[in-house]
Design a protein around this ligand. Structure first.
Ligand code: GLY
Length: 421
């Protein structure tokens, strides 16, 4: 069969590697892909928001399955466009992808169906938001309603910071129309865990847990990023927590979406906070996490094509997910200055050290070809993942492998998975 993967980051490289392991697949295309994905797929120079051009390509090339990686095209309705053209597609349609596309929608859904989450209020008018803040308890969390490249969440420690946040999101419109509405949410403390799942409209099967490190600098300092590294499984995500989440959060969310006339098919990513009062939902995403996919998919034993087809056909109840006993750690190599200002275009060397090793992965995120050289082309450049018998073993292998790669402004955190002994 022929597969088209839409996207071009580390997540799509991890998806492409899993798809390439399927004996059902003869040919993989990736649009727009990147320099690493080009090693396993044919890359197609069409952007992720060019829905008609992508659909034309899929029809002309007789694609049997399209897999949509990133949030923007999902929330923008690419699955609806593809399905209308008869293209079999893995991912939620526009009505369902609103679970990630609108934070106000997802918070209202959780409130209506009793799914545990932080207390919140939504505001369309900055004046109302500011007057609410006058009596609110700090710290507090401000979230732009729509997509904002993972940067639309501000944690404010003082009233002054919160006022500035409202100015940034709703008045200066730093995140464009995503900031027309804001969710103001109680600040939760605890350990964060990411749980990805496959969903077929009624059945949900969760993948192994992961824990992300979102801040740019060691000790969780610096700005929020898309993720600077992570590990899987999370030893803090116990059987007892999983039992609670399966019924009160995961299945409850799938049932709530179906009851709202928005049946969900695809991946739901649950961002959870393990609080003193029990697990609560921090956020939903309508896709694989990045870099979560880079530690979870290398551990998945199932044929990903079979699982994705079960999601589309509504037969996921007949599939059990299996994960390797090995742990995985991913360390992101970024361009110094990310997530703000950074230079790109620097040649990257050292890829050959990964060849022939099946317990090491070098996932490309922001890379491209410059002639026959591979150069940096983004804030997050590469995800270096290693497998090991324990998190500490995988961690020490991943950090060793970060030394194999060189580029001029290479930057990484040094404490990924460091709290796991
Ligand atoms: N790592 C967080 C995300 O994918 O949104």
């Amino acid at each position: 069969m022929k597969v088209l993967i839409v996207g071009g980051g580390g997540r799509e490289h991890a998806i492409a590697s899993a798809v390439a392991r399927s004996p059902q697949v003869d040919k993989i295309y990736c649009a727009p892909g990147n320099a690493g994905i080009a090693k396993i797929d044919e890359i197609v120079p069409i952007g992720v928001m060019e829905f008609d051009a992508l659909a034309d390509f899929a029809v002309e090339n007789k694609i049997d399955l399209a897999i949509i990686g990133p949030d923007d095209p999902l929330v923008g309705g690419i699955v609806d466009v593809f399905c209308a053209r008869g293209i079999r597609t893995f991912g939620p349609d526009k009505k369902a992808a609103v679970l990630e596309g609108s934070k106000a929608f997802s918070k209202d859904l959780m409130k209506k169906y009793g799914i545990p989450t932080a207390a919140y209020e939504c505001f369309d008018d900055p004046k109302d938001a500011l007057s609410y803040l006058e009596t609110a308890k700090m710290p507090i969390v401000l979230k732009a309603d729509g997509l904002a490249l993972g940067k639309g969440v501000l944690i404010c420690n003082t009233l002054e910071e919160a006022r500035e946040g409202i100015q940034t999101i709703m008045v200066d419109k730093k995140f464009g129309k995503s900031g027309n509405r804001v969710v103001i949410e109680q600040f939760m403390t605890g350990r964060e865990v990411s749980v990805l799942s496959f969903v077929d409209g009624t059945t949900i099967k969760t993948m192994s847990s992961a824990q992300d490190h979102k801040r740019a600098k060691d000790n969780d300092e610096g700005l929020n990023t898309g993720g600077m590294g992570n590990f899987s499984p999370s030893p803090f995500y116990t059987k007892e927590i999983d039992d609670f989440c399966q019924s009160h959060i995961y299945q409850a969310t799938v049932d709530a979406m179906a009851a709202e006339g928005r049946p969900y098919r695809g991946v739901i990513f649950f961002g959870l906070m393990l609080t003193d009062e029990g697990p609560k939902v921090l956020e939903y995403n309508a896709r694989f996490g990045d870099p979560e996919a880079q530690v979870v998919l290398p551990r998945m034993k199932n044929d990903i094509i079979t699982v994705m087809n079960a999601c589309i056909d509504g037969t996921l109840d007949k599939t059990d997910l299996e994960f390797s006993e090995d742990a995985a750690v991913c360390v992101v190599l970024a361009s110094d200055g990310y997530p703000e200002h950074y230079e790109k275009g620097f040649p990257i060397t050292g890829f050959e050290a990964f060849e022939g090793k099946d317990d090491y992965f070098c996932f490309h995120a922001g890379t491209k070809f410059d002639g026959d050289k591979i150069v940096t082309n983004g804030g997050r450049v590469l995800g270096i993942t290693a497998l090991g018998r324990s998190i500490p073993e995988a961690r020490s292998k991943a950090y060793e492998a970060t030394k194999w790669i060189n580029f001029e402004n290479k930057y990484m955190r040094n404490d990924i998975a460091g709290s796991v002994k």
